[in-house]
Ligand binder design. Sequence first.
Ligand code: ADP
Length: 494
Amino acid sequence: MSFAPIKGRRRGLRTRIVLYTSAVIGVTLAAAFLWSVYNLRMVLQDRNDAFLRHELDEFSGALSDGRGDSHEHQDDPLELLRHEAAAGVDAGLLVLLKHDGLTEGFPEGAAVRSFEQAAETAEPDAAPHTVAVAGIAAGVRMVCVEIAVPSEKSSEKSGGKTGGKNWTVILGLPLTESEQTVASFNTRLAAGSALFLAAAVLGGLFLTRQALQPVADSIAAARRLNPADLTARLPRTEAGDELDLLAVTVNDLLDRVARNHEQVVQFTADASHELRGPLSAMQAAIEVTLQQPRSNSDYQDLLATMGEQCHRLADLVNDLLLLAKADAGQIELQRAPVDLADLVAEVVETYRPLAEEQDVSLETPASDRLVCLGDRMRLLQLTMNLVDNAVKFTPRGGKVCIKLAARDAAACLTVEDTGIGIAADHLSRIFERFYQVDESRSADGTGLGLSICRWVATAHGGTIEAASEPGRGTSFRVMIPNVVDELGSVAGQQ
Ligand code: ADP
């Protein structure tokens, strides 16, 4: 028998498991990555917005209650605002102060001019939002507020130049630093994820190799199995897991297959041996007869001998065929009510001449009518086998008794003899095929009779058992269920 190479397929399974788990880990990592970056951005944005609001409060507070670090500008709102703007610039802000179409930007430079353009449409009191500003790739977070300035203060200090009442303050926080934080976080997270994924793939490869090792060992053990050597067994993991259970189940199956194979081999050897006996006898008789010219009566004797051996061969082949068919479940019993007393009487009639010839008394005590549902031909075969053995193994002057009784809704057939008996170590094996206690005493037997008896009993749902005492006799008891009562219904059934 040759095996298709399956190494590649096993590798494929391992690779697939690693690929699937790595894909799941990869997708999970990517999702966690995106979620972390999104949340980091949100946290940074909240902090930036809080910072911008706090700075705006500083502007409003400076004007409304006149506080501020510089006492010298307490009565000049514009100077107060400029002072706050300078403080905002120190904190990293871009500041625009708007009044009556005039705009002052802090700190001086290109950045604040770009911010001024971007903030042209800024609406006071709108929520903080990000605007694109030329020269600042990350954009600028912007807030805008209108601050009321007492008009007399405003007009007198500005000399009429700033005569309005409301000032617009626009603060911008360049997001460059936040973006750098996010970029640095991204780099670290990506590097960590790549390392984690690589470790997961390598770990996955190692673990799947370990996990599939018992399967590889089982395949190797299974490959060693062949009809000539059925001793190999799958290795157990002893972990009590599914693989271990599979190994135990397959090993049990292999035990049964090995036992069955052994029986088949033994059966074939025994059958060949039994078939060779009559064939050898015929061959020898023919050779001896042909050695010299013979009379007609010699040839008739030869033919008679050959006839007997042919008869034995036919019996043997029939028995073998019957058991083979029984094993294959190909025999269907022809069930019908069988009058067992009538059947026993028929067997006694058949064997009485032989029993008388061997000076063995054949008795059957009168019994009540006992009818069971069964196959008459098979039950007759069973009873004849038992009586045949009893007469055969009972010396002259002995007795064979066939009893019939109803017991527990079953018919109990007992065949007792006062014959040679069977020793205990043989008794347990006499139902085995071809088993004969003493082949020389069973020359005309095949060792299949009791195997057939057991099959007939079990096929009827019954049992057969033997008890014996060497030198005192043997008793076979057959229980056949499905006794039929007077009305024709099976006992124990509705
Ligand atoms: P066989 O064709 O040899 O009779 P069986 O299967 O009928 O084969 O019986 C198997 C063996 O059991 C016999 O060879 C014999 O040794 C033993 N045996 C069966 N019945 C009896 C009996 N009534 N008394 C003693 N030995 C018996």
